[in-house]
Structure formats: C-alpha cells, structure tokens
Write a protein that binds this ligand. Structure first.
Ligand code: HEC
Length: 116
C-alpha cells in the first residue's frame, strides 16, 4: 500500500520533465492560428520569433491595436499576464483573445517561446 502511494506521487511529478514538449503542443493548440514563430511571418497576430525580452509592438506588424504605444518588455511575467487575460493586462480590447488560465500551461508556452 505504501509503495503504491510513493509511485503515485512520482507519477504526479514526472510531467514537469516533458514541459518543452507540452509547450509546443499548447502553442500549436492555442496560439498558432494567429501566431507564427518564424521571424517576420505575421498572421492575424505578429510573429513571436524571439519575443521573450523584446519590446511590445516593435515589429513591422500593422495590425497592432491594444499594444500600440504601450511600453512593455516581454519578460516572462508580462507574457504570462498578457496570455492569462490580454484585456485585463493592457486595459483595452484587443484582437488577441487567448485566455490561458492554468499557470503551468502559461509557463510551458513561455519556455517554448524562449527556445524560438
Ligand atoms: C485570435 C488570434 C490570436 C490568438 C489565438 C493569440 N494571439 Fe497573441 N496576438 C494577437 C494579436 C492580434 C496581437 C496584437 C495585439 C494588439 O496590439 O492588440 C497579439 C500579440 C501578442 C504578443 C505581443 C507581440 C508583440 O510584438 O508585441 C504576444 C507575446 C502574444 N500575442 C502571445 C500569444 C500567445 C503565447 C498566444 C497563445 C497562448 C496567443 N498570443 C494567442 C492575436 C492572437
């Protein structure tokens, strides 16, 4: 009985190791319809190539709306707040509609973005 409890606990911890893979799947599911991770390739949303550490609305993407004139550096905390609730973060309506409520999902997506 005790041993099975230990195994159950280890199984619960294990998924953290495959975070990068989860991030890619989560990105493909929640972001890819609007965002590419190829430099300069914009869709409904701007390219997210190298976005971590970049200044907001700083690309040649003409359809920025809520982010125009914002002065944000996309560090991990800001990206996390933005993808949790864009409207709440910036205080205006945006075409960006993603709402990633799970902090682990947000962290996994940010890890994925950091690698691209
Ligand atoms: C419905 C389309 C759509 C989806 C889905 C979407 N976005 Fe966006 N995203 C946008 C648009 C449009 C903008 C520009 C926002 C503005 O200025 O109003 C944007 C802007 C951004 C920016 C800032 C880019 C910059 O150059 O400043 C980041 C970071 C971002 N999105 C991340 C994500 C992530 C991560 C996801 C998935 C969790 C996601 N987005 C899902 C449309 C989308």
């Amino acid at each position: 009985m005790r041993i099975s409890t230990v195994i159950a606990c280890l199984a619960a911890i294990a998924p953290a190791a495959s975070m990068a893979a989860d991030g890619e799947a989560l990105f493909n599911k929640n972001c890819k319809t609007c965002h590419s991770i190829e430099p300069g390739k914009h869709g409904l949303g701007p390219s997210l190539a190298g976005i971590v550490g970049k200044k907001s609305a700083s690309q040649d993407f003409t359809k920025y709306k809520a982010l125009v004139g914002s002065d944000i550096i996309w560090d991990e905390a800001n990206i996390s707040a933005w993808i949790e609730d864009p409207k709440k973060f910036i205080g205006k309506t945006s075409t960006m509609v993603a709402k990633m409520k799970d902090p682990e999902d947000r962290a996994a997506i940010i890890e994925y973005l950091k690698a691209h």
